[in-house]
Design a protein. Sequence first.
Lengths: 250, 448
Amino acid sequence: MKHAITATTRMTRWLTLLFALGTIMLLGACAKKVAPPPPPPPPAPTAPTASLSANPNNLDPGQSTTLTWQTTNATDVSIEGIGLVDTSGSRQVTPVDSTTYHLIAKGAGGTQDATARVTVNRAPAPPTTVSNTTEQELFAQNVKDIYFDYDKYDVRASEQGSLQRDAQFLQQHPNIHITIEGYCDERGSTEYNLALGTNRADAVKNALIQAGLAGDRIKTFSYGKEKPFCTESNESCWQQNRRGHFVYEK
Amino acid sequence: MSNGARPIRRHAVIAVISFLLLSAASSAQDWIRTGTGLGVERVRLAASDFKPSTSDANNSNLLKTFNDTLWNDLDNAGIFDLVSKSFYPLQEPGQPSEINFTAWNSPPPNTSMLAFGNLGAADGKVTVQGWLYDVKNEKSPQVLGKQYTDNATTDAVRVIAHRFADEIIFRLGGGVQGIAETRIYFVSERTGHKEVWMMDYDGANQQQITHLGSISLSPRISPDGSRLAFSSINKGGWEIMMYSFDLNRMVSFPRFGGMNLSPSWSPEGKIAFSSSRNGYPNIFVVDASGGNSLRLTNDKGPDVSPTWNRKTGAQIAFVSGRSGLPQIYTMEADGTNLQRVTDQGYAVSPNWSPNGQFLTFSWMRKYGPGEPGSNDLYLMDVASKQWVQLTHDSGRNDFPCWSPDGRHIVFQSHRSGSDQIWTMLADGTNVKQLTFTGANTQPNWSWK
């Protein structure tokens, strides 16, 4: 069966080629003084393919997993939160929370993405009752920092969930005042990063106000690239440092 | 941008750099205007080691400091063809009467000018006599004769050498004041905190100025050298802070609230800086006491790092991220006539030249995720937006600042593996490292 298909396909190709050659010769014979026909358009680029898997995909907190990916026809492959990666490869990651890794493969023929979900089992709730958990401890457990794209200060779509949960927690705890500290990665100038960090802190503050929080509960500050959270020179570290950090004030 | 920044063609590069290095001297040197000497003939100068004039035990130590400092100053000036000491005659003069003109004005030294003299300590004082002779003019050779007396310490002798070097540079360099007595202010982390430090222009005499134990950044010295503005964390915000060299202590300056960053002095003593007191970081101007606040930009920014046209005080260049990656913009000192001068990449840290003609700044022309390129320093002619690249393939370079003579640029570079302060001539040559201890950043050169 397979042979038959191959043979048929080959025959069809030959016929097409013969027909094309004949056409060209005919045209050549009939219109010698006419400029030669334009070259046939290059074949349309093939669309990239991509696959991404995590093994294991169910972890206890602190364990790591291996992400493995393959792509074809892609020139530019990135994984959100990790950055640019090889077109195929693998990498160990240690997610703190359940994470959906999102791979984007870009090539001449388009864009293809693939995802892999890693579930991190929740640590058993600490054996404490609400009554002896302070507001500050609850704040630390519930309020998540907001991360930014490179040189950007708008709250990106993937951070909207964190932001809404932060806003919800703060609305349920109206006595808490906060300072949002803007941080930047190590690249670029000290002075520009301080200004950029100011805009990042302000963007988080404005989003919280939009979500219904009173502006007078929120102060802002910028550290720019002073006091980084992570000091290595790679994208995962830089991403750690591009953030609006929540600080409990009362 | 239709009239965007563009690289200068090769022949123009030479012309611009020649012009840059000598523009300040143009009033005294006709050949620059006529363009017949654009190869730039540097004055051939020999600097003979000074001789002891007394038999004090301190002499050899003081002479070494004096001779090394004088030689470095003349070498750093960038306007001399310094004759190597290995070509000098064995009999080096300590007095005019000891000069053998033929031995100096013919090969191997074949020099036009000769600096020489003597130094002697006695009873805790030191006396230095120095001369500059035009040895090709045997009939009337003396260009300069000076005598200095001070305490017999290496610090005092170093200052005397700087003064004598500046006298020579002033006379042979087209009437432009030398920089041997200038200072450089910078941020150092060597105590564990980012504090403001200062040093002589050649890296000697490094001293800590602030002891705030916080993070202090962006030191900028006032035109008269009496006050130093910088930015520091203070009570929940970044504020402009002021140190007085008249009182040798911090003096009060208004608190504006929000993030107040990157002060810059105008030639008349006004201060431009970035302030987020109204939300986004924008450029404001205040007078020397912090009053009469005027807002110059009004956008989401972020706007930061203003620098005044140091000649006219009528324009300000600054950095803004209003269109995405930070770019350099210029505007009039009242905020009108905004123009973007860089057309791509990541451009920061502008500094305006003393003659008002050039900006130097740090630029990563191709920048973004996955672009490992380096920040290099560039020089742009403000009127034409033509530019030349001053550093190449040497790590991250940032915060360039002009020397008062317009012939040198001090900057921060990571080329040695850590952030340190370096200087170079304004054409990118004669690169020298000034700091070696801890991390040192954000240099600012005194105005005189």
